[in-house]
Design a protein around this ligand. Structure first.
Ligand SMILES: C[S@@+](CC[C@H](N)C(=O)[O-])C[C@H]1O[C@@H](n2cnc3c(N)ncnc32)[C@H](O)[C@@H]1O
Length: 452
Protein backbone atom coordinates (compact mmCIF):
# COMPACT_ATOMS: atom_id res chain seq x y z
CA UNK A 1 0.00 0.00 0.00
CA UNK A 2 2.73 2.48 0.98
CA UNK A 3 6.31 2.61 -0.26
CA UNK A 4 8.72 1.12 2.25
CA UNK A 5 10.46 4.46 2.79
CA UNK A 6 7.20 6.12 3.89
CA UNK A 7 5.32 3.27 5.48
CA UNK A 8 6.69 3.33 9.00
CA UNK A 9 6.37 7.09 9.31
CA UNK A 10 2.73 6.88 8.18
CA UNK A 11 1.93 4.02 10.56
CA UNK A 12 3.59 5.86 13.45
CA UNK A 13 1.73 9.11 12.74
CA UNK A 14 -1.55 7.23 12.36
CA UNK A 15 -0.91 5.43 15.64
CA UNK A 16 -0.29 8.77 17.33
CA UNK A 17 -3.55 10.09 15.89
CA UNK A 18 -5.68 7.09 16.85
CA UNK A 19 -3.92 6.03 20.04
CA UNK A 20 -2.43 9.16 21.63
CA UNK A 21 -0.39 8.26 24.71
CA UNK A 22 -1.09 4.57 24.14
CA UNK A 23 -4.84 4.90 24.80
CA UNK A 24 -7.42 4.61 22.05
CA UNK A 25 -9.33 7.78 21.27
CA UNK A 26 -12.87 7.73 19.97
CA UNK A 27 -13.02 9.59 16.64
CA UNK A 28 -14.53 13.09 16.96
CA UNK A 29 -16.66 12.58 13.83
CA UNK A 30 -18.11 9.37 15.21
CA UNK A 31 -18.62 10.91 18.64
CA UNK A 32 -20.71 13.76 17.21
CA UNK A 33 -22.71 11.31 15.09
CA UNK A 34 -23.48 9.52 18.36
CA UNK A 35 -25.03 12.71 19.86
CA UNK A 36 -27.13 13.17 16.74
CA UNK A 37 -28.50 9.62 16.85
CA UNK A 38 -29.11 9.50 20.59
CA UNK A 39 -30.29 13.03 21.33
CA UNK A 40 -31.00 14.54 17.92
CA UNK A 41 -28.49 17.26 18.80
CA UNK A 42 -26.10 18.83 16.33
CA UNK A 43 -22.82 19.97 17.83
CA UNK A 44 -20.67 22.48 16.03
CA UNK A 45 -16.98 22.01 16.47
CA UNK A 46 -16.32 25.29 18.29
CA UNK A 47 -16.56 25.03 22.10
CA UNK A 48 -17.25 21.41 21.60
CA UNK A 49 -16.61 20.13 25.10
CA UNK A 50 -18.89 22.74 26.71
CA UNK A 51 -21.63 21.90 24.23
CA UNK A 52 -21.30 18.18 24.90
CA UNK A 53 -21.53 18.82 28.65
CA UNK A 54 -24.70 20.87 28.14
CA UNK A 55 -26.30 18.13 26.02
CA UNK A 56 -25.45 15.51 28.62
CA UNK A 57 -27.03 17.67 31.33
CA UNK A 58 -30.11 18.35 29.22
CA UNK A 59 -30.68 14.64 28.54
CA UNK A 60 -29.84 13.51 32.08
CA UNK A 61 -32.93 11.35 32.59
CA UNK A 62 -32.41 9.55 29.27
CA UNK A 63 -28.79 8.85 30.18
CA UNK A 64 -29.94 7.58 33.55
CA UNK A 65 -32.28 5.06 31.88
CA UNK A 66 -29.40 3.91 29.66
CA UNK A 67 -27.18 3.52 32.75
CA UNK A 68 -29.92 1.50 34.49
CA UNK A 69 -30.20 -0.72 31.45
CA UNK A 70 -26.43 -1.32 31.47
CA UNK A 71 -26.53 -2.25 35.18
CA UNK A 72 -29.46 -4.59 34.51
CA UNK A 73 -27.60 -6.14 31.55
CA UNK A 74 -24.49 -6.79 33.65
CA UNK A 75 -26.56 -9.05 35.93
CA UNK A 76 -27.09 -11.45 33.05
CA UNK A 77 -25.11 -10.74 29.93
CA UNK A 78 -27.28 -12.21 27.21
CA UNK A 79 -27.61 -10.96 23.67
CA UNK A 80 -30.96 -12.30 22.52
CA UNK A 81 -33.30 -11.51 19.67
CA UNK A 82 -35.74 -9.89 22.13
CA UNK A 83 -32.97 -7.60 23.39
CA UNK A 84 -32.13 -6.38 19.88
CA UNK A 85 -35.83 -5.62 19.36
CA UNK A 86 -35.78 -3.23 22.32
CA UNK A 87 -34.81 0.34 21.20
CA UNK A 88 -33.45 1.19 24.66
CA UNK A 89 -31.16 -1.86 24.50
CA UNK A 90 -29.74 -0.66 21.17
CA UNK A 91 -29.15 2.81 22.66
CA UNK A 92 -27.40 1.09 25.54
CA UNK A 93 -25.23 -0.92 23.16
CA UNK A 94 -24.49 2.28 21.27
CA UNK A 95 -23.28 4.09 24.40
CA UNK A 96 -21.48 1.23 26.11
CA UNK A 97 -20.16 -1.22 23.48
CA UNK A 98 -20.04 0.77 20.26
CA UNK A 99 -17.19 3.17 21.22
CA UNK A 100 -14.86 0.41 22.39
CA UNK A 101 -15.75 -1.88 19.49
CA UNK A 102 -15.05 0.93 16.99
CA UNK A 103 -11.56 1.31 18.49
CA UNK A 104 -10.91 -2.45 18.43
CA UNK A 105 -11.84 -2.58 14.74
CA UNK A 106 -9.62 0.41 13.97
CA UNK A 107 -6.78 -1.29 15.81
CA UNK A 108 -7.12 -4.43 13.68
CA UNK A 109 -7.20 -2.28 10.53
CA UNK A 110 -4.00 -0.58 11.69
CA UNK A 111 -2.37 -3.98 12.08
CA UNK A 112 -3.53 -5.04 8.62
CA UNK A 113 -2.05 -1.86 7.18
CA UNK A 114 1.19 -2.54 9.03
CA UNK A 115 1.25 -6.01 7.47
CA UNK A 116 0.51 -4.70 3.93
CA UNK A 117 -2.70 -6.72 3.86
CA UNK A 118 -5.00 -4.02 2.53
CA UNK A 119 -5.24 -3.72 -1.23
CA UNK A 120 -6.66 -0.98 -3.43
CA UNK A 121 -10.25 -2.13 -3.31
CA UNK A 122 -12.24 -2.70 -0.15
CA UNK A 123 -15.54 -4.46 -0.72
CA UNK A 124 -16.72 -5.41 2.72
CA UNK A 125 -19.39 -7.74 4.06
CA UNK A 126 -20.19 -7.04 7.72
CA UNK A 127 -22.05 -9.95 9.30
CA UNK A 128 -24.03 -8.90 12.40
CA UNK A 129 -24.07 -5.11 12.23
CA UNK A 130 -25.36 -4.22 15.70
CA UNK A 131 -25.23 -0.43 15.73
CA UNK A 132 -23.05 -0.07 12.62
CA UNK A 133 -19.75 -0.39 14.48
CA UNK A 134 -17.65 -2.02 11.80
CA UNK A 135 -18.72 0.12 8.85
CA UNK A 136 -18.26 3.40 10.72
CA UNK A 137 -14.94 2.27 12.21
CA UNK A 138 -13.51 1.35 8.82
CA UNK A 139 -14.73 4.45 6.98
CA UNK A 140 -13.31 6.64 9.71
CA UNK A 141 -10.06 4.68 9.67
CA UNK A 142 -9.75 5.28 5.93
CA UNK A 143 -10.32 9.00 6.46
CA UNK A 144 -7.62 9.12 9.15
CA UNK A 145 -5.21 7.17 6.94
CA UNK A 146 -5.86 9.43 3.98
CA UNK A 147 -5.22 12.48 6.20
CA UNK A 148 -1.88 11.10 7.37
CA UNK A 149 -0.92 10.01 3.85
CA UNK A 150 -1.57 13.54 2.54
CA UNK A 151 0.51 15.01 5.41
CA UNK A 152 3.36 12.78 4.27
CA UNK A 153 2.86 13.40 0.56
CA UNK A 154 2.08 9.71 0.02
CA UNK A 155 -0.60 8.32 -2.31
CA UNK A 156 -3.48 6.46 -0.66
CA UNK A 157 -5.94 5.32 -3.23
CA UNK A 158 -8.53 2.93 -1.84
CA UNK A 159 -11.42 4.18 -3.93
CA UNK A 160 -13.46 1.10 -4.65
CA UNK A 161 -15.19 0.91 -1.24
CA UNK A 162 -18.45 -0.99 -0.97
CA UNK A 163 -20.16 -2.18 2.18
CA UNK A 164 -22.90 -4.73 2.72
CA UNK A 165 -24.39 -4.85 6.22
CA UNK A 166 -26.05 -8.14 7.13
CA UNK A 167 -28.20 -8.87 10.17
CA UNK A 168 -30.97 -11.21 11.21
CA UNK A 169 -32.86 -8.43 12.99
CA UNK A 170 -34.59 -5.48 11.39
CA UNK A 171 -33.83 -3.12 14.29
CA UNK A 172 -30.01 -3.24 14.17
CA UNK A 173 -30.20 -2.77 10.39
CA UNK A 174 -32.27 0.40 10.70
CA UNK A 175 -30.24 1.61 13.70
CA UNK A 176 -26.98 1.16 11.74
CA UNK A 177 -28.46 3.08 8.86
CA UNK A 178 -29.22 6.01 11.17
CA UNK A 179 -25.69 5.87 12.61
CA UNK A 180 -24.10 5.81 9.17
CA UNK A 181 -26.30 8.68 7.99
CA UNK A 182 -25.36 10.73 11.05
CA UNK A 183 -21.68 9.99 10.38
CA UNK A 184 -22.22 11.01 6.77
CA UNK A 185 -23.65 14.36 7.96
CA UNK A 186 -20.58 14.92 10.13
CA UNK A 187 -18.32 14.34 7.15
CA UNK A 188 -20.47 16.49 4.93
CA UNK A 189 -20.44 19.45 7.29
CA UNK A 190 -16.72 19.16 8.09
CA UNK A 191 -14.31 21.69 6.68
CA UNK A 192 -12.09 18.98 5.16
CA UNK A 193 -10.91 20.23 1.80
CA UNK A 194 -8.32 19.64 -0.91
CA UNK A 195 -7.29 16.02 -1.41
CA UNK A 196 -8.83 15.01 1.92
CA UNK A 197 -12.07 16.76 0.95
CA UNK A 198 -12.11 14.75 -2.30
CA UNK A 199 -11.61 11.55 -0.34
CA UNK A 200 -14.42 12.55 2.01
CA UNK A 201 -16.72 12.59 -1.04
CA UNK A 202 -15.66 9.03 -1.90
CA UNK A 203 -16.58 7.96 1.63
CA UNK A 204 -19.92 9.77 1.43
CA UNK A 205 -20.69 8.01 -1.88
CA UNK A 206 -19.84 4.72 -0.21
CA UNK A 207 -22.27 5.43 2.66
CA UNK A 208 -24.97 6.30 0.12
CA UNK A 209 -24.46 2.96 -1.61
CA UNK A 210 -24.43 0.70 1.49
CA UNK A 211 -26.75 -2.29 1.16
CA UNK A 212 -28.61 -3.45 4.27
CA UNK A 213 -29.51 -7.11 4.01
CA UNK A 214 -31.74 -9.10 6.35
CA UNK A 215 -30.41 -12.64 6.66
CA UNK A 216 -30.39 -15.28 9.37
CA UNK A 217 -27.13 -17.17 9.20
CA UNK A 218 -28.51 -19.68 11.71
CA UNK A 219 -30.99 -20.83 9.06
CA UNK A 220 -29.13 -20.41 5.79
CA UNK A 221 -25.62 -20.00 4.36
CA UNK A 222 -24.81 -16.49 3.26
CA UNK A 223 -23.94 -16.33 -0.38
CA UNK A 224 -20.79 -14.26 -0.26
CA UNK A 225 -19.40 -15.13 -3.69
CA UNK A 226 -21.79 -12.89 -5.64
CA UNK A 227 -20.45 -9.77 -3.99
CA UNK A 228 -16.84 -10.76 -4.52
CA UNK A 229 -15.72 -9.20 -1.22
CA UNK A 230 -12.15 -8.36 -0.25
CA UNK A 231 -12.94 -8.39 3.46
CA UNK A 232 -15.55 -10.31 5.45
CA UNK A 233 -16.03 -9.36 9.08
CA UNK A 234 -17.99 -11.07 11.83
CA UNK A 235 -17.42 -9.03 14.96
CA UNK A 236 -19.05 -10.23 18.18
CA UNK A 237 -21.42 -12.52 16.32
CA UNK A 238 -19.94 -16.02 16.49
CA UNK A 239 -20.86 -16.48 20.15
CA UNK A 240 -24.48 -15.61 19.34
CA UNK A 241 -24.81 -18.30 16.66
CA UNK A 242 -26.27 -21.76 17.10
CA UNK A 243 -24.18 -24.78 16.06
CA UNK A 244 -26.09 -24.74 12.80
CA UNK A 245 -25.26 -21.04 12.41
CA UNK A 246 -21.56 -21.77 12.94
CA UNK A 247 -21.72 -24.52 10.29
CA UNK A 248 -23.42 -22.10 7.90
CA UNK A 249 -20.81 -19.45 8.61
CA UNK A 250 -18.06 -22.00 8.03
CA UNK A 251 -19.56 -23.01 4.67
CA UNK A 252 -20.14 -19.38 3.66
CA UNK A 253 -16.50 -18.54 4.36
CA UNK A 254 -15.44 -21.64 2.46
CA UNK A 255 -17.18 -20.36 -0.64
CA UNK A 256 -15.10 -17.17 -0.74
CA UNK A 257 -12.62 -16.35 -3.48
CA UNK A 258 -8.97 -16.92 -2.78
CA UNK A 259 -7.34 -13.85 -1.31
CA UNK A 260 -10.35 -12.62 0.69
CA UNK A 261 -9.46 -11.46 4.19
CA UNK A 262 -11.62 -12.59 7.09
CA UNK A 263 -11.71 -10.93 10.50
CA UNK A 264 -13.40 -12.78 13.33
CA UNK A 265 -13.52 -10.89 16.62
CA UNK A 266 -15.06 -11.78 19.94
CA UNK A 267 -15.00 -10.47 23.50
CA UNK A 268 -11.86 -11.10 25.56
CA UNK A 269 -13.55 -13.36 28.12
CA UNK A 270 -12.09 -16.84 28.43
CA UNK A 271 -15.16 -18.65 27.08
CA UNK A 272 -15.75 -16.32 24.14
CA UNK A 273 -12.09 -16.37 23.25
CA UNK A 274 -11.78 -20.16 23.45
CA UNK A 275 -14.93 -20.61 21.35
CA UNK A 276 -13.37 -18.39 18.72
CA UNK A 277 -10.15 -20.41 18.86
CA UNK A 278 -12.16 -23.60 18.43
CA UNK A 279 -13.79 -22.17 15.28
CA UNK A 280 -10.39 -20.88 14.13
CA UNK A 281 -8.94 -24.38 14.42
CA UNK A 282 -11.73 -25.71 12.26
CA UNK A 283 -11.02 -23.17 9.51
CA UNK A 284 -7.32 -23.65 9.82
CA UNK A 285 -7.40 -27.45 9.61
CA UNK A 286 -9.56 -27.37 6.45
CA UNK A 287 -6.42 -26.30 4.59
CA UNK A 288 -8.40 -23.62 2.75
CA UNK A 289 -7.47 -20.65 4.92
CA UNK A 290 -4.12 -19.28 5.86
CA UNK A 291 -3.90 -17.80 9.28
CA UNK A 292 -2.96 -14.18 9.09
CA UNK A 293 -2.77 -13.09 12.64
CA UNK A 294 -1.76 -14.02 15.28
CA UNK A 295 -1.56 -17.80 14.82
CA UNK A 296 0.88 -20.02 12.98
CA UNK A 297 0.09 -22.45 10.18
CA UNK A 298 1.94 -25.61 9.32
CA UNK A 299 2.50 -26.73 12.90
CA UNK A 300 1.95 -30.43 13.43
CA UNK A 301 0.88 -30.11 17.04
CA UNK A 302 -2.16 -27.85 17.45
CA UNK A 303 -3.24 -29.39 20.74
CA UNK A 304 -2.82 -26.13 22.68
CA UNK A 305 -4.94 -24.07 20.23
CA UNK A 306 -8.47 -24.86 21.36
CA UNK A 307 -7.66 -24.03 24.98
CA UNK A 308 -5.71 -20.89 24.07
CA UNK A 309 -7.07 -17.77 25.76
CA UNK A 310 -6.17 -15.46 22.96
CA UNK A 311 -7.24 -12.27 24.78
CA UNK A 312 -5.75 -8.91 23.96
CA UNK A 313 -6.28 -5.57 25.58
CA UNK A 314 -5.66 -1.87 25.03
CA UNK A 315 -6.25 1.31 26.93
CA UNK A 316 -9.21 3.56 26.14
CA UNK A 317 -9.56 7.31 26.48
CA UNK A 318 -13.12 7.41 27.75
CA UNK A 319 -15.34 9.89 25.89
CA UNK A 320 -17.52 12.20 28.00
CA UNK A 321 -20.81 10.39 27.39
CA UNK A 322 -19.25 6.99 28.15
CA UNK A 323 -17.75 8.31 31.37
CA UNK A 324 -20.87 10.19 32.54
CA UNK A 325 -23.12 7.19 31.84
CA UNK A 326 -20.87 4.88 33.79
CA UNK A 327 -20.95 7.25 36.77
CA UNK A 328 -24.69 6.50 37.00
CA UNK A 329 -24.35 2.71 37.16
CA UNK A 330 -25.31 0.85 40.30
CA UNK A 331 -22.51 0.34 42.83
CA UNK A 332 -21.78 -3.25 41.79
CA UNK A 333 -21.51 -2.42 38.08
CA UNK A 334 -19.49 0.72 38.79
CA UNK A 335 -16.64 -1.37 40.17
CA UNK A 336 -15.86 -2.44 36.60
CA UNK A 337 -14.98 1.11 35.58
CA UNK A 338 -12.58 3.69 36.93
CA UNK A 339 -11.29 6.82 35.29
CA UNK A 340 -7.81 5.31 35.34
CA UNK A 341 -8.91 1.96 33.92
CA UNK A 342 -6.41 1.23 31.23
CA UNK A 343 -7.76 -2.04 30.02
CA UNK A 344 -11.21 -1.25 28.64
CA UNK A 345 -10.62 -2.61 25.15
CA UNK A 346 -10.55 -6.34 25.70
CA UNK A 347 -11.09 -8.76 22.87
CA UNK A 348 -9.84 -11.78 20.95
CA UNK A 349 -9.50 -12.12 17.23
CA UNK A 350 -8.49 -14.41 14.41
CA UNK A 351 -7.64 -13.09 10.98
CA UNK A 352 -7.45 -15.32 7.91
CA UNK A 353 -6.90 -15.15 4.22
CA UNK A 354 -8.89 -17.53 2.06
CA UNK A 355 -6.35 -19.58 0.21
CA UNK A 356 -6.57 -22.86 -1.66
CA UNK A 357 -3.17 -23.81 -0.35
CA UNK A 358 -2.31 -23.22 3.27
CA UNK A 359 0.96 -21.49 3.88
CA UNK A 360 3.48 -23.69 5.61
CA UNK A 361 5.67 -21.48 7.66
CA UNK A 362 9.17 -22.76 8.31
CA UNK A 363 9.83 -23.40 11.97
CA UNK A 364 12.63 -21.19 13.21
CA UNK A 365 14.50 -22.21 16.32
CA UNK A 366 13.76 -20.06 19.38
CA UNK A 367 11.13 -18.06 17.49
CA UNK A 368 8.03 -17.05 19.44
CA UNK A 369 4.85 -15.32 18.38
CA UNK A 370 3.66 -12.59 20.72
CA UNK A 371 -0.02 -12.54 21.76
CA UNK A 372 -0.47 -10.26 24.76
CA UNK A 373 1.18 -9.13 27.96
CA UNK A 374 0.39 -8.32 31.55
CA UNK A 375 2.50 -7.14 34.42
CA UNK A 376 3.32 -8.78 37.72
CA UNK A 377 5.27 -7.21 40.58
CA UNK A 378 8.77 -8.15 39.40
CA UNK A 379 8.36 -8.85 35.72
CA UNK A 380 6.16 -8.59 32.64
CA UNK A 381 4.59 -11.76 31.24
CA UNK A 382 4.54 -11.93 27.44
CA UNK A 383 2.01 -14.58 26.41
CA UNK A 384 3.10 -16.29 23.19
CA UNK A 385 1.59 -18.88 20.87
CA UNK A 386 2.21 -22.39 22.22
CA UNK A 387 1.32 -24.31 19.02
CA UNK A 388 4.08 -26.73 18.11
CA UNK A 389 5.91 -26.23 21.41
CA UNK A 390 4.58 -29.44 22.95
CA UNK A 391 3.29 -27.43 25.95
CA UNK A 392 -0.15 -26.15 26.80
CA UNK A 393 1.00 -22.53 27.08
CA UNK A 394 4.11 -20.48 26.54
CA UNK A 395 5.27 -17.37 28.36
CA UNK A 396 8.29 -15.11 28.12
CA UNK A 397 9.15 -13.38 31.41
CA UNK A 398 10.78 -9.97 31.10
CA UNK A 399 12.17 -8.55 34.35
CA UNK A 400 11.75 -4.77 34.55
CA UNK A 401 14.84 -2.97 33.31
CA UNK A 402 15.41 -5.38 30.42
CA UNK A 403 14.20 -3.59 27.32
CA UNK A 404 12.97 -5.35 24.20
CA UNK A 405 11.71 -4.02 20.84
CA UNK A 406 8.03 -2.92 20.68
CA UNK A 407 5.81 -5.89 19.89
CA UNK A 408 2.52 -6.02 18.05
CA UNK A 409 -0.06 -8.76 18.25
CA UNK A 410 1.13 -11.81 16.33
CA UNK A 411 4.66 -10.48 15.86
CA UNK A 412 7.49 -12.97 15.78
CA UNK A 413 10.61 -12.54 17.88
CA UNK A 414 13.72 -14.68 18.11
CA UNK A 415 15.09 -15.03 21.63
CA UNK A 416 18.57 -16.34 22.24
CA UNK A 417 20.52 -16.92 25.43
CA UNK A 418 17.52 -17.21 27.69
CA UNK A 419 16.87 -19.91 30.27
CA UNK A 420 13.84 -22.13 29.71
CA UNK A 421 11.87 -24.08 32.25
CA UNK A 422 8.52 -25.85 32.39
CA UNK A 423 6.04 -24.93 35.16
CA UNK A 424 2.77 -26.89 35.31
CA UNK A 425 2.61 -27.44 31.55
CA UNK A 426 3.74 -23.90 30.68
CA UNK A 427 7.03 -23.38 28.91
CA UNK A 428 8.63 -20.30 30.47
CA UNK A 429 11.41 -18.45 28.70
CA UNK A 430 13.20 -16.23 31.22
CA UNK A 431 14.99 -13.18 29.91
CA UNK A 432 18.06 -11.87 31.70
CA UNK A 433 20.78 -9.37 30.88
CA UNK A 434 22.54 -11.87 28.56
CA UNK A 435 19.42 -12.54 26.48
CA UNK A 436 18.90 -11.11 23.02
CA UNK A 437 15.41 -10.45 21.59
CA UNK A 438 15.20 -9.69 17.89
CA UNK A 439 12.20 -8.74 15.78
CA UNK A 440 12.18 -7.89 12.10
CA UNK A 441 13.90 -4.50 11.84
CA UNK A 442 11.72 -1.53 11.06
CA UNK A 443 12.78 0.92 8.36
CA UNK A 444 12.64 3.89 10.68
CA UNK A 445 12.39 3.48 14.40
CA UNK A 446 10.82 6.74 15.49
CA UNK A 447 7.99 9.10 14.77
CA UNK A 448 10.48 11.94 14.21
CA UNK A 449 13.24 10.69 11.90
CA UNK A 450 15.76 13.05 13.37
CA UNK A 451 15.41 11.44 16.78
CA UNK A 452 15.86 7.90 15.53
C1 LIG B 1 -23.15 -8.11 19.61
S1 LIG B 1 -23.81 -7.50 18.11
C2 LIG B 1 -22.32 -7.08 17.26
C3 LIG B 1 -22.39 -5.77 16.57
C4 LIG B 1 -21.13 -5.29 15.92
N1 LIG B 1 -20.67 -6.20 14.90
C5 LIG B 1 -20.07 -5.02 16.94
O1 LIG B 1 -19.04 -5.69 16.95
O2 LIG B 1 -20.25 -4.11 17.77
C6 LIG B 1 -24.31 -8.97 17.26
C7 LIG B 1 -25.16 -8.71 16.04
O3 LIG B 1 -25.27 -9.95 15.33
C8 LIG B 1 -26.61 -10.13 14.92
N2 LIG B 1 -26.90 -11.57 14.79
C9 LIG B 1 -27.09 -12.45 15.80
N3 LIG B 1 -27.42 -13.66 15.29
C10 LIG B 1 -27.42 -13.53 13.95
C11 LIG B 1 -27.73 -14.42 12.88
N4 LIG B 1 -28.12 -15.67 13.12
N5 LIG B 1 -27.65 -13.98 11.59
C12 LIG B 1 -27.28 -12.68 11.35
N6 LIG B 1 -27.02 -11.78 12.34
C13 LIG B 1 -27.08 -12.19 13.62
C14 LIG B 1 -27.43 -9.48 16.03
O4 LIG B 1 -28.73 -9.13 15.58
C15 LIG B 1 -26.55 -8.27 16.37
O5 LIG B 1 -26.90 -7.15 15.60
Amino acid sequence: MFQDSQKQKIIDTLTNLLVPGGKYKFSPYIELAQYKVLFDEVVDSSKRREQLKKIIKKHGSRIESIANKISEFFLKKEFTREKYADPLFLDTYFVHYFPVNVCKMQHMMLELLQQDAIGESLRIVDIGVGTGTTAVAILDFLLATKTVAVMNGAPFDIRDIKIICVDVNENPLSYSKRVLEAYREQLNSSSLDGEIGDYKKILIDCIDSIKYVKHDINSLDLNLMDNNPDLVIASNVLNELTDNGKNNLYRSLNSLHDGTLIILAEPGSKTASQNLMYFRKRLSSSGKFSSFSPCVDGVADHSSCSSCWNRRSKGFNQPLLYMETHKLLDEESKKRFTEQDNDLLSWSSAIFRKSSRSVQEPQVENEYRFISSYTLRDYEVLKCCAAGSGHSSLEVHRPYGIEIPPLFYGQKMVITDAKKEVNSGTLVVKLDTNSCVKTKQREKEAFFDSYS
